[in-house]
Design a protein around this ligand. Structure first.
Ligand SMILES: NC(=O)CC[C@H](N)C(=O)O
Length: 197
């Protein structure tokens, strides 16, 4: 049976595990390299990408993660997790590094101070009704590589048109926190992507 890990050094780990269970997937926290070896795919939750970068190094997960991503492990990165997956970032702190793999440029804290946190209904071609998304000091995607599919953009307001969900082969990323609403459709979408392998 497929097992999806949730990177558990930071973020809403329990909520992600619960939503994966809700879509019929076994899920468990990943804190150590040996635990990473036992999962088929991984969720990188939101939090603070600069801290995640440091913690991943301190727990000796950074290089094993990069290797698994290069070997084709599916990863769903949300918010700070999206930043961690990006090949390139703007607005990072000095020396901040990402795992990479996703051919995009992501701007940290892109929505500005006034809109630190906000909610928006997003359209996804894969879903029949809008997806209600919660953004917290969220990044957006400024550049997408040739093979990256844009799954959703903000539909109205000052940030209209900004890219907030993308997929590049086995890597899925959202600017927002899909574990903070009751809507498990994105976890379901990711689970499908993992099962198709
Ligand atoms: N909710 C979040 O994950 C915020 C991301 C955070 N602003 C960062 O740069 O990592």
């Amino acid at each position: 049976m497929t097992v999806i890990g949730v990177f558990a050094l930071q973020g809403n780990v329990r909520e992600h595990v619960a939503m994966l269970n809700q879509v019929g997937v076994e899920a468990r926290p990943v804190r150590r390299p040996a635990e990473l070896e036992q999962v088929d795919a991984l969720v990188l939750p939101g939090g603070e990408s600069t801290t995640m970068d440091k913690l991943a190094r301190a727990f000796e997960l950074f290089e094993p993660l990069q290797k698994r991503i290069a070997d084709g492990m599916p990863v769903f990165g949300t918010c700070a997790g999206m930043i961690m997956l990006a090949n390139e970032i703007t607005g990072g702190i000095d020396g901040q590094e990402t795992l990479g793999g996703l051919d995009v440029t992501v701007r940290r804290n892109a929505f500005g101070r006034q809109v630190d946190s906000f909610e928006a209904d997003l359209d996804f071609a894969a879903f029949d009704t809008p997806y209600h998304a919660v953004f917290i000091r969220a990044p957006w995607v400024e550049r997408v590589g040739r093979d990256v599919e844009v799954l959703s953009t903000v539909s109205s307001g000052p940030a209209a048109g900004r890219i907030v969900a993308v997929r590049h082969d086995r890597l899925l990323a959202t600017s927002f926190h899909p574990e903070m609403t009751r809507d498990a459709r994105l976890h379901g979408y990711f689970a499908e992507l993992v099962r198709e392998l």
